[in-house]
Ligand binder design. Structure first.
Ligand code: HEC
Ligand code: HEC
Length: 252
């Protein structure tokens, strides 16, 4: 076994030697050199290309996009220097904005510069190009296109992004949206969203609490009671639900 291993090593070494010899005698068959970078306006002009490309890969990952999102052309024929895409121009200003905010943090937090958090693209973007909170997205859709459209949108986003960092799919995201709908006198829309929430989070006390509020708005005491009872079953220390339940039962 030992002899075999050393045989392989010797064979390997002689191949290395042969290829070294080949390189000194013939022109090396190198891949085409990337063109020099000509349009760096933010990063130093002498930034080594691998370093810049690593930064770029960071952008792409932070925003959940490909290089083509900001750059003209398609692999392998990119025109990285061109400033034709709006997104590239925005990205330059985003770099400056992030630096400006980071520079203000020591003053704002009364911490030494070395201790403040550096604001990075991903700090805000978290894997999407337009970083918006899920409750805001859904509220807008309910108001523009109705609750059914918001439910579909939630399902689509969940399918695409669940498990990632982009959106909060926990039990908490839909409840405030629903409570707002109830106060805006749209309890049926609220119930539609809360039923969706219960489908994914069947043990979420705030979800049934939200349903109880929506039924109260509809003057449906029976269903309000049922839902407050569910809240207390899941969360026996919920004093607010207990009080509301008692009130409802005594006024029945
Ligand atoms: C979110 C937008 C964005 C994405 C995505 C992005 N870039 Fe860039 N890229 C920029 C900006 C902005 C600059 C200019 C930086 C400056 O002015 O200093 C740039 C510059 C470059 C340059 C230098 C071009 C030159 O000649 O001046 C290269 C090379 C480059 N990007 C490669 C890439 C690659 C490879 C990817 C994909 C992994 C990528 N970029 C993804 C925004 C982006
Ligand atoms: C302080 C939070 C924050 C940071 C940090 C941040 N962004 Fe943004 N960025 C936003 C917000 C918010 C928007 C969406 C604006 C809007 O509503 O159109 C946005 C939009 C963009 C867009 C335009 C998207 C589009 O399609 O209109 C690009 C490109 C972008 N950011 C790139 C970057 C890059 C690259 C970085 C890191 C250098 C970065 N951003 C850092 C908050 C941030």
């Amino acid at each position: 076994m030992r002899r075999l291993v050393s045989g392989i090593v010797i064979l390997g070494m002689s191949i290395l030697a042969a290829s070294a010899a080949a390189q000194t005698t013939t022109a090396p068959a190198q891949p085409a050199q990337p063109p020099p970078m000509t349009n760096l306006q933010i990063y130093p002009k002498d930034t080594p290309r691998p370093e810049l490309v690593a930064t770029m890969q960071g952008f792409a990952q932070a925003l959940g996009v490909q290089c083509t999102y900001c750059h003209e052309g398609q692999a392998p024929q990119f025109d990285f220097a061109a400033d034709t895409k709006r997104t590239k121009t925005v990205a330059r200003k985003m770099i400056l904005m992030s630096r400006e905010i980071t520079a203000k943090l020591p003053e704002v937090t009364s911490k030494p510069a070395a201790e403040v958090t550096r604001l990075r693209c991903a700090t805000c973007h978290r894997g999407v190009a337009i970083p918006r909170l899920l409750p805001d997205i859904l509220t807008e859709t309910v108001n523009k296109s109705g609750a059914a459209a918001a439910v579909q949108q939630y399902r689509d986003l969940r399918k695409q992004y669940y498990g990632g960092q982009s959106y909060d799919f926990s039990e908490n995201a839909l409840v405030p949206v629903a409570l707002q709908l109830t106060s805006a006198n749209k309890p049926d829309d609220a119930l539609t969203l809360l039923q969706l929430n219960a489908e994914f989070n069947p043990n979420s006390a705030p979800t049934y609490g939200g349903m109880a509020q929506a039924y109260l708005k509809k003057n449906d005491k029976e269903n309000a009671i049922k839902n407050f009872e569910k809240v207390i079953q899941i969360d026996p220390n919920n004093q607010l639900a207990k009080r509301q339940l008692e009130q409802l039962k005594s006024s029945k």
